[in-house]
Design a protein around this ligand. Structure first.
Ligand code: GTP
Length: 595
């Protein structure tokens, strides 16, 4: 155990975590250069495109320092707030962390929030200033920031470049010298922490774990403590570039287990694996059942694809337990599902995977958070869809989820960002100057306010010089009312939303204006109305037009004419008939595009 080092890399998005990890693997000869053409730790197609390590993995390296052989386990952490619970379990499996900061960017919101997580788990932090090969690197300035933030000595900061490989040997040496060897008792009953799992179509679920105490042996009967299920450890092993089977894995080490589990719901990140013969008395602390935070309706474009959509969601859930779905129907959209996601990025990923892996073309409704509704009868309901809200006279009060929002920016944009957050019902909690021109501000804010267009607005008011992170805090009472949209007098359930009372008028007006732009003219007038209960609060009209698309085609250019007609047909695909009105997909997401 004394020659094992378990560490992770924490960094803000794009600060070079994956590139640096590749270098470590290369220098320790864990992989050859040829195998490294692609970033090996990001192996999902989508991840590469989005440049985000969505699912954490682990990889084992061997490193010889001063004649002594060490085993270094690198546990990769996903870089996005949507996956922060997985990050926290990965961090709990390590004794040390490389804190990577891009020398051209300085400390950003995620650098700080991940650092807090790591410090909370007593990890040894090794600060690494990355991308020093770049001309724009602000080496001394960013070192100042790191010293201020960590209270470390300047000499403790390593300077490196994932691109050129400069400083990588020093990083490996620091891991061996500074990160403590794991503690743990290999004679105690087995306790292994699951920090991640993946679905393999041939082998079922592969769970990644860190053994805290005891030894896990191939073939033994094991129990997943919180899930309460028992399995045989069909195969255990360590992760090199490929899986490498072993007979046993001892306290302090990291490995994987395959035990014929088919459904990701049975293998929860944060759960404890113990042995059935000599079980541990308690689970490793910190287990949480992660709950979806953002919900949206997903409907097939072609109504007869409902069953296909169900089958696709079922498959997706096998390898992504944090996705939830239940059938729902909408007058406007027909039969579909209300899906729950960890956050907006997670929602985008699922939508994209439905399209790419399952060839499913779907209509998505406006995302919303979940609300706690307290009825006059004293019941408490969780409502995931505004149209599922009880009648107003049955509601005593409603609570909505709040977050701690953290923004880091340059001082010159502070005013604009304050205004934005306050407009979004944020309450300023504190502000800290990281340096004279960089400031961190924290707000207490409703989650619902960032579900819509917060990121885009933040980017535009700060010209991109702001980073953002958030964590759920609590549910709090809120004055919300249900706003309905009517097209020619008919309410369109898929367009209903729950809105903070003081924002409702403004929101209703903007929504009508936006819908007017998005709904094409048809052969009759279309009235668009926003209503709270029976009260109409805004109205717009889309004027009738007799639209002859081929009229533009002078002369007899047949192929051009055909093209136009085909284009129109394709455009129709994502339309939905609401009463007599044809509504395009964009309209269902109108709220995301309002100013
Ligand atoms: P996420 O997975 O999105 O969190 O990103 P990451 O932190 O893993 O960053 P990644 O390694 O993907 O690097 C982001 C970008 O910076 C890529 O375009 C890299 O090629 C580039 N990059 C990374 N390290 C260096 C470096 O040391 N020098 C230079 N010049 N570019 C680098």
């Amino acid at each position: 155990m004394k020659n094992i080092r378990n560490f992770c890399i924490i960094a803000h998005i794009d600060h070079g975590k994956s590139t640096l990890a590749d270098r470590l693997l290369e220098v320790t000869k864990t992989v050859s250069e040829r195998e490294l053409q692609a970033q090996v730790l990001d192996d999902m197609d989508l991840e590469k495109e989005k440049g985000i390590t969505i699912k954490s993995h682990a990889i084992q390296m061997e490193y010889v320092l001063d004649g002594e052989k060490y085993v270094l386990n690198l546990i990769d952490t996903p870089g996005h707030v949507d996956f922060s619970y997985e990050v926290s379990r990965a961090i709990a499996s390590c004794e040390g962390a490389l804190l990577v900061v891009d020398a051209t960017q300085g400390i950003q919101a995620q650098t700080i929030s991940n650092l807090y997580l790591a410090l909370g788990n007593d990890l040894e932090i090794i600060p690494v200033l990355n991308k020093i090969d770049m001309a724009a690197a602000m080496v001394e300035e960013v070192k100042d920031q790191i010293v201020d933030m960590l209270g470390c000595k300047r000499e403790e900061i390593l300077a490196a470049s994932g691109k050129t490989g400069q400083g990588v040997e020093e990083i490996l040496r620091a891991i061996v010298e500074r990160v403590p060897a794991p503690k743990g008792d290999d004679t105690a009953p087995l306790q292994a922490l699951i920090f991640d799992s993946v679905f393999n179509p041939f082998r079922g679920i592969i769970a990644y774990f860190r053994v805290m105490n005891g030894v896990i042996r191939k073939g033994e009967r094991v129990k997943f403590f919180n899930a309460g299920s028992e399995y045989d450890a069909d195969e255990i092993g360590v992760l090199k570039l490929k899986m490498s089977p072993r007979e046993e894995i001892r306290a302090g080490d990291v490995g994987y287990i395959i035990s014929g589990i088919k459904n990701s719901v049975d293998v929860k990140v944060g759960d404890t694996i113990t042995s059935v013969a000599t079980p541990c008395r308690e689970a490793i602390a910190g287990f949480e059942d992660v709950k979806p935070m953002v919900f949206a309706g997903i409907y097939p474009v072609e109504t007869d694809q409902y069953e296909d959509l169900r089958a696709s969601l079922e498959k997706l859930q096998l390898n992504d337990a944090s996705l939830t779905y239940e059938p729902e129907s909408s007058l406007a959209l027909g039969f579909g599902f209300r899906c729950g996601f960890l956050g907006l990025l997670h929602m985008e990923i699922i939508q994209e995977r439905l399209f790419r892996e399952f060839n499913m073309d779907v209509i998505t409704t406006v995302p919303n958070v979940s609300y706690k509704v307290f009825t006059t009868k004293g019941d408490e309901l969780m409502v995931h869809n505004p149209s599922g809200l009880p009648e107003p006279n049955l509601i005593d009060h409603i609570e909505e989820p709040y977050i701690l929002a953290q923004v880091i920016t340059k001082t010159e944009y502070l005013g604009a960002i304050m205004k934005l957050c306050i407009d979004k019902r944020g309450v300023l909690l504190n502000q800290n100057f990281i340096t004279t021109d960089r400031v961190e501000v924290n707000f207490d804010m409703p989650l619902a306010e960032i579900v819509f267009d917060f990121y885009d607005k933040l980017k535009s008011v700060s010209r991109g010089y702001a980073s953002f992170d958030y964590h759920m805090t609590d549910y709090k009472p809120s004055k919300l009312s249900k706003l309905d949209i009517l097209l020619n007098g008919e309410p369109v359930d898929a367009l209903s939303s729950l809105i903070y009372v003081d924002h409702a008028y403004d929101f209703g007006r903007k929504m009508c204006e936006k819908l007017k732009e998005l709904i094409p003219r048809q052969q009759f007038d279309i009235a668009i109305q926003a209503a709270i209960g029976a009260k109409i609060i805004a109205r717009e009209t889309v004027k009738a037009v007799r639209k002859d698309v081929t009229a533009k085609c002078y002369g007899g250019d047949i192929s051009r004419k055909r093209k136009l007609l085909e284009k129109q047909k394709a455009g129709k695909k994502r339309m939905r008939q609401v009463g007599r009105v044809e509504v395009p997909q964009e309209a269902f997401l109108a709220v995301l595009k309002m100013d």
